[in-house]
Design a protein around this ligand. Structure first.
Ligand code: GLA
Length: 723
């Protein structure tokens, strides 16, 4: 990777793995975009600049006849000085004007990317810092660009600063602008709902704005903080795909604007609806990072770029490639109805299967017998759990397993000692009743004393007990967006301050307990975002554990996130969410495409169930490292047909698995041939299940016809080893 400044053309070049990015400082002093795409030799790219029709365009302030900002493909679009496209930033000065011109001042090339104080971002990578400033009001923006030699991504962010002498309000403070050429005509987004997270949707770009956002103070299941812009007809293996993935966990927006000249301008970051942040002279504001991936080999290569970037530069190095806990969780098995004997029986049920961690889910604390009470009271309910956590933890450890525990640190029940003592700790507006969701309120993480209380009570449980795993849940969204701790003029800082408070909690609980493995969760997968992934190496993908539905959810999630990030469990049938019955073998095949576990009442296991579970776990263990670290190739999309097929290939291409799932069995259907993907065409592979040894090229070009077991919802797995 390298970052170069070419004085003769005032151009900056950033070269990462397979990608080049170039812009230059034009005669106006603007950072003007030139190129983002497959790696190319450095040349003076200004030959292909375009300028629009002049008649209705507005010149920059004081420069009659000069090129309009509207014509400049901007590295950062600003408002009020002739550019009418979606600005990256909007300010308001003390006198009330909203004008802004961000012009070149200086640059620095940094060997290592500086972290964003208080906010997660990718680690490492050579970084360009480009300093821009407004010539009149002193407003400044430092644009950061980072490239990597092991992932085809560029990370971008902005630090805004008030370099003037009067306060300046930020009314919008996005993270980047990126102009894209006219062939980018489609958008791909991930929409969803509870139990239906991250469903891909493709829509044409049009004149005007295509936008995805959240106003929930969380990244949300409804619209994901991700957008890809595609050339028409882009498939898994062909076409250009440029992804935008925000490393952020609160309200966000990502937009692509189709312009009259056929180009598109992509921008986004912190949600600017209900946002206003005033900077005193000298103060700065850091926008979160956006990770922009480039592929001209379709969506598959775009996803693999994200998987590489996130495994190598975002997920904690200690966990990123580590073998994960293989757990039994009691939630779907018992919900709130358990006692010590029941939990012990579940543990007994899995002894000898290879499951190595028992996770006690919701209901162990306060007076919690259902979801109406107890959140915030992180004190064990000894009436329900005789002997306390120590009794069950000791029992689990005696059986040679590790012990895990569920928390929902950000929440409080109205019926809790914490709420009775500190009603103001719950987010709410004075003299107005609060909105309920799952009967609970959200704690005001923007206040330090509230965070201190949470840290103290959660860390006490973690320190007083032998706990090796924590599931951190978040089961409702914020409604009131108001803090008792802020002045009236600061209330629109709330959503971002919540994110900063959340990251502070994560630092003080997760980073402060490095020997405990933390899994994220949010009423299923409603806060499955890159920022959370930097703290939680795996995240509960969805409360929908039905294997058929999971094929779609896991397919959509894999567009951005590696399999190792997805926590996936085998559960009982009929499935608790859909009522569907899927063969146990298939449930295991689908749940094993990630960081796996079991979530059922194992106290009812027969010897046969135990033996089958042990067999499944042996199979998983045999290819666990491949699944967690390999390259993913999506072959059949369950959203568009009756099949879900993926291969996972080791980085050195010495081994691979092919997972083939068929929704419905029927007779006399067209032949279903699967073309293996990702192998080395020149190497020979043994396919254990078929007793075949064939060149990779043959397996990929001639394909194979999977022997799906009879019936609906069946699956078959093939293992490939290079000879
Ligand atoms: C959420 C989680 C579930 C479970 C319950 C417990 O819904 O997604 O896995 O932990 O909370 O209340």
């Amino acid at each position: 990777m390298s970052i170069t400044f070419v004085p003769s053309s005032s151009a900056f070049w950033l070269d990462g793995k397979g990608v080049s990015y170039a812009f230059f400082i034009n005669d106006l002093g603007c950072a003007e975009h030139l190129y983002f795409g497959a790696q190319i030799p450095h040349a003076d790219l200004r030959y292909a600049r375009t300028s629009g029709a002049q008649s209705t365009l507005t010149s920059p302030p004081g420069k009659d006849g000069a090129e309009s900002y509207q014509n400049v493909p901007p590295e950062i679009a600003f408002f009020g000085t002739g550019d009418y496209r979606e600005p990256c930033v909007q300010i308001e000065t003390a006198q009330g004007d909203r004008l802004c011109e961000l012009l070149y001042r200086s640059y620095e090339i940094l060997k290592e990317k500086p972290p964003i104080p208080g906010m997660p971002s990718l680690r490492g990578g050579e970084t360009l810092k480009l300093c821009l400033a407004d010539p009149v009001n002193g407003f400044e923006a430092d644009l950061y660009y980072t490239v990597y030699d092991d992932a085809s991504v560029i990370a971008r962010r902005v630090v805004y600063r008030n370099g003037g002498t009067q306060p300046i309000a930020l009314r919008r403070a996005y993270s980047f602008s990126l102009p894209l050429p006219d062939m980018c005509r489609e958008a791909l987004t991930l929409h969803g709902a509870w139990a239906k997270e991250r469903q891909p949707e493709r829509i044409p770009l049009h004149h005007g704005v295509v936008s995805v956002d959240s106003k929930r103070t969380s990244s949300s299941a409804t619209l994901h903080p991700f957008l890809a812009i595609l050339t028409p007809g882009t498939t898994e293996t062909s076409g250009t795909a440029i992804g935008f993935s925000l490393v952020y966990s609160s309200s966000f927006v990502l937009k692509a604007e189709g312009n009259p000249d056929g180009t598109a301008l992509v921008t986004g970051g912190i949600q600017d609806f209900d946002f206003r942040w005033t900077l005193a002279p000298g103060e700065e504001f850091a926008a979160p990072e956006c990770v922009i991936a480039y592929s001209d080999e379709g969506l598959g290569a775009m996803s693999r770029a994200y998987h590489d970037a996130y495994r190598e530069h975002l997920i904690s190095p200690r966990a990123a490639h580590a073998v994960r806990p293989l757990l039994i969780n009691n939630w779907e098995g018992t919900q709130f109805s358990f006692d010590l004997e029941k939990l012990k029986a579940i543990v007994d049920g899995v002894v000898g299967t290879g499951i190595d961690t028992f996770v006690l889910d919701d209901g162990w604390f306060g007076k919690r017998e259902d979801d109406t009470t107890g959140l915030g009271d992180w004190v064990v309910n000894e009436k329900k759990l005789v002997g306390g956590l120590r009794a069950i933890s000791e029992y689990v450890h005696e059986k040679g397993m590790r012990f895990g525990l569920w928390f929902e640190p950000e929440m409080v029940s109205e019926d809790s000692d914490l709420f009775r003592a500190h009603p103001d700790y719950a987010i709410g507006v004075p003299d107005r009743p609060r909105c309920y969701s799952r009967h609970q309120f959200v704690l005001d993480l923007t206040r330090k004393e509230v965070r201190d209380t949470i840290v103290e009570s959660v860390n006490r449980i973690l320190h007083e007990n032998r706990i090796e795993y924590v599931k951190w849940d978040f089961n409702r969204n914020v409604t009131e967006s108001f803090s008792f701790g802020r002045a009236p003029g600061e209330q629109q800082q709330f959503a971002h301050r919540y994110a900063l408070g959340l990251y502070d909690l994560c630092e003080r609980i997760i980073r402060a307990n490095p020997d405990i493995f933390f899994e994220g969760c949010a009423g299923g997968g409603a806060r499955f975002d890159p920022a959370m992934l930097s703290y939680f190496a795996q995240i509960w993908t969805s409360d929908d554990t039905d294997a058929e539905e999971r094929t779609k959810i896991q397919y959509g999630t894999s567009l951005v996130y590696p399999l190792s990030a997805m926590s996936c469990h085998v559960s009982d049938c009929p499935n608790q969410q859909t009522g569907r019955t899927v063969p146990l073998a298939t449930r295991a095949v689908i749940a094993h495409l990630g960081a796996t576990g079991y979530e059922l009442d194992a106290s009812r296991f027969t010897d046969e169930d135990r033996a089958e579970t042990a067999r499944q776990i042996r199979e998983y263990r045999a290819c666990q490292r491949l699944i967690l670290n390999g390259d993913l190739y999506r072959i059949d999309d369950p959203h568009t047909g009756g099949f879900f097929t993926v291969s996972v290939v080791s980085k050195d291409k010495s081994e691979a698995i092919l997972v083939c799932y068929r929704r419905f069995g029927s007779v006399n259907n067209p032949i279903k041939r699967v073309y293996m993907a990702g192998l080395d065409p020149a190497r020979t592979y043994r396919v254990a299940e078929l007793g075949l040894t064939l060149p990779g090229a043959v397996l990929m070009r001639r394909g194979l016809v999977p022997a799906y077991p009879d019936g609906d919802f069946t699956a078959v797995v093939y293992h490939f080893t290079a000879c």
